[in-house]
Design a protein. Structure first.
Length: 222
């Protein structure tokens, strides 16, 4: 996740039509599967970046993101100052060698590239310096990560005074999404033979079943 306070002149992602993913359901599922990202801001304190997990809620036309960060982190004050916010969630990524392309044997007119999946989100941040809001957010985040365990850990398992002290050291952030874009750059612009070579190379040489599967599905091979 990347969050940057920038002017509207920067509010666009390079998005060739072959790589577009416009399904809100697919975009949301991707964010839920990749909740940790990089939160970046550009304000009076200069450029700042931090890795922060967040939760997505199906509220409003495009959804709402909620997260928390350390009170000692000056970045939350940049968010509180207002302005547009850009968040970028990253997923699978892989280097693609031209040696996997059938076109290499035919013309040698090929170059390396990099496949990746990402979702960009725009919105305006609201800071919640409220213990009730923060307690709900950390509880929800913990449950989301612990629910698959046989014996899930809960916030209530820790001493109440300890949790209260921890909560005083953090602040919450909520971002109502105003715009969202998805980019699945997984060799869709190559020929069928090239896509087959990429999928096979990823699986056989790199053992990357995730990206190989994306190339196959998005490229109509599976």
């Amino acid at each position: 996740m990347v969050c940057v306070s920038l002017s509207r002149a920067y509010s666009a992602m390079y998005l060739p039509s072959a790589f577009r993913e416009d399904s809100l359901e697919v975009q949301h599922d991707f964010i839920r599967a990749h909740p940790l990202g990089v939160l970046m801001t550009s304000g009076e304190g200069g450029l700042m970046a931090n890795h922060i997990p967040c939760l997505l809620y199906p509220e409003g036309p495009h959804g709402v993101l909620r997260l928390h960060m350390a009170r000692a982190n000056p970045q939350w004050k940049e968010l509180a100052a207002g302005g547009d916010c850009l968040l970028v969630f990253h997923g699978a990524q892989a280097y693609i060698t031209p040696s996997w392309y059938a076109t290499k044997a035919e013309t040698h007119k090929v170059v390396p590239t990099w496949n990746f999946v990402a979702v960009h989100v725009w919105g305006t941040p609201t800071v919640h310096d409220d213990p009730v809001w923060v307690r709900a957010q950390i509880g929800a985040l913990t449950e989301a990560q612990e629910k698959a365990r046989v014996q899930p850990w809960r916030v209530e398992d820790a001493p109440e005074d300890f949790i209260a002290a921890q909560m005083r050291a953090i602040v919450g952030v909520e971002i109502a999404i105003t715009r969202i874009e998805g980019k699945w750059k997984v060799s869709q612009n190559r020929t069928v033979a090239d896509r087959q070579g990429v999928a096979a190379g990823l699986a056989d040489e790199q053992g990357d079943a995730v990206m190989a599967g994306l190339v196959a599905r998005r490229g109509g091979l599976a």
